[in-house]
Design a protein around this ligand. Structure first.
Ligand code: ZN
Length: 201
């Protein structure tokens, strides 16, 4: 079952209109399905209790991606790892500003991706931070553990990339892009964006 089918199935089960576009009620229910552990404290009819930073970044993601981010936070918590979503959507302008950082010669560059070259530009990707005792851990073996949990959920993990590994990075690949290279998927996403087409249908 891909995410679009899952959304419709959950909407039918929750008893809201089946339109494939999840509202808060649906995506919380989806998060619960993705992590079917009863100890997860997601109330059926309310948004989950997230830290404000994660909430703010999750709100920037496409509705189809939000339940995965929520589910990952919950799943990590069940495994004793405290994560926050520290980055979500970046507009083309924000991406270009990030690309300009460190170029030409004021410090190391932050990213190799210009606008339209990052999955963050399409609301399908997010970055996490691991926090211990309120302190941010930029690197930790626990990123690998979260990577495994995320892969279980159906997310792609930047730590599995061949060239430049990006352990805090996660993304949800639309089902039509399953066989595509990253480059081809990005090209298709740029086209869909300029055509104002949905990304997940
Ligand atoms: Zn990222």
């Amino acid at each position: 079952m891909d995410i679009q089918q899952l959304i419709c199935a959950v909407q039918a089960a929750v008893g809201v209109e089946v339109d494939g576009k999840p509202g808060p009620q649906t995506w919380v229910a989806i998060a619960k399905r993705l992590v079917p552990d009863q100890s997860i404290s997601l109330a059926d009819d309310s948004t989950p209790d997230l830290d404000p930073r994660s909430q703010k970044n999750i709100d920037t993601l496409l509705p189809q991606v939000r339940p995965y981010a929520i589910a990952l936070i919950q799943k990590a918590k069940l495994n004793g790892i405290n994560i926050k979503i520290i980055s979500g959507l970046r507009t083309y302008e924000e991406q270009d500003a990030l690309f300009a950082k460190g170029r030409p010669d004021n410090g190391p560059p932050v990213t190799n991706a210009k606008s339209g070259q990052s999955n963050h530009n399409f609301g399908i990707a997010f970055d996490i931070g691991i926090f211990e005792g309120g302190k941010y851990l930029g690197s930790s073996p626990k990123y690998k553990a979260v990577g495994v949990l995320a892969t279980d959920l159906g997310l792609e993990w930047g730590g599995n990339w061949k060239s430049i590994k990006d352990e805090p990075h996660f993304q949800l690949r639309p089902s039509w892009a399953r066989e595509m290279t990253e480059r081809d998927m990005l090209a298709a996403l740029r086209k869909r964006k300029s055509d104002q087409q949905e990304f997940f249908v």
